[in-house]
Design a binder for this molecule. Sequence first.
Ligand code: HEC
Ligand code: CU
Length: 337
Amino acid sequence: MHDVSLINRQHRTCLAAALTLLTGCGGVQSSLAPKGPAAAEIAHLSWIMFIGAALILLLVMVLAWYAMYRAPDKRVPVTPNKLIMAGGLAFPAITLTALLVYGVWSMGSIRGAPQPELTIDVTGKQWWWEVQYQRDVPGAAVSTANEIRIPVGVQVRLRLHSNDVIHSFWVPNLAGKMDAMPGRVNSLVIQADSEGVFRGQCAEFCGAQHARMAFFVIAQPRGEFEAWMAQQRAPAAAPASELGRRGAQIFRDNACMECHTVRGSDGIAVETRLGPDLTHIANRTHLAGGTLKNNRDNLKRIIADSQGVKPGSHMPSFPDLGADELEALAVYLEGSP
Ligand code: HEC
Ligand SMILES: [Cu+2]
C-alpha cells in the first residue's frame, strides 16, 4: 500500500512538472503561441515534424517489441532484402520528399510579400537594438531602442544590420530567426494578427551582455501607431521646469551627447551614435535591452551604475553624480514622453 501511494505521489510530481514546463510554452516569447502568419507556418511545420517523428518512433518500438517477444515460429517471414528496401529506402525517401515539398511550399508565407507596407531598420549593437523608422527620409527619421512598434495586420519588413559582430534577431511569436551581420542587410517580414506585446531577444552569442539584449515588439491599432509616430517625430520639448533645465546642463557637462542624441536640444544633430537616442525615452517600457522596467528609479540607476546593471556595456557608470543631479537628469530626460 505504502509503495503504491509513493509511486502515485511521484507520478503527480512528474505530471505537475510536465504541466509547468508546458505552460511555459505559451505567452509573450514562444514559437508555440504564434501571433502572425510566418510564426503560424513555422509552428505548423514543427507540429507536423514532431507528430510524424513520434509516430515513426512508435512504429520502430512496435517492430522491436515484435522481434524480441513474438515466438519465432509465429513471426511473419520477411526477407532482409525486402525489409531494407521498404523500411530503409522507400519509407524514408517518401516521407523526406513529402516533408521537403511541404517545407519549400511553406517558405512562401514565411517570406511574406515582396513589397510590405512599412520598412523599419533594426541594427544589432553590443548590446542593444537600434530601431529606426524612415531612416532615409531627411528630417523625418525616428530612432528608438529595444522597442519596435508596428500596426496590427500589416506586413512590416525589417532590414537587419549590425555594425559590430553577428547578432540574431528573434521574436518567436511573430517570425523565425534572422541574423544581423556586419556589412550586409538581411530582410525579415513580420506581421502581428492581433494587438499585443511580444518579447524577442538576440539569439546569437555576441559577447558579455548577450543575455541582456532583449526587445519588445508592440503591435497596436493603426490609429494608435500613427499617433505614436507623429509624437516620436517631434523633437524633444524644451525643459519646462528649473530642475529640467538643470538636468539639461548636467547632460551637457557630462558629455552624454558624445554617445546620445536628444533631438532638438541645442542643435545636437540626429545621427547614429554609440548609445540609444534619448529624445523620447520616457515612452519606452524598458531600459537597457529589457533589463529594467522604465521608471524614474531605474532611469537614475542606469545612469549612476550602468556597469552594475550591465557589466561591460559601452555605457560608463557615473558614480560621482549626486542624488539631486540624477533627479535633475531624470526630470530632463522624462520631460519629453
Ligand atoms: C561612451 C558612450 C556613452 C556615454 C558618454 C553615455 N552613455 Fe548612456 N548609453 C551608452 C550605451 C552604449 C547605452 C546602451 C547600453 C546597453 O543597453 O547595452 C547607453 C544607455 C543609456 C540609457 C538607457 C537607454 C535605453 O533606452 O536603454 C540612458 C538613460 C543613458 N544611457 C543615459 C546617459 C546619460 C544621462 C549620460 C551622461 C551622464 C550617458 N548616458 C553617457 C553609451 C554612453
Ligand atoms: Cu547577441
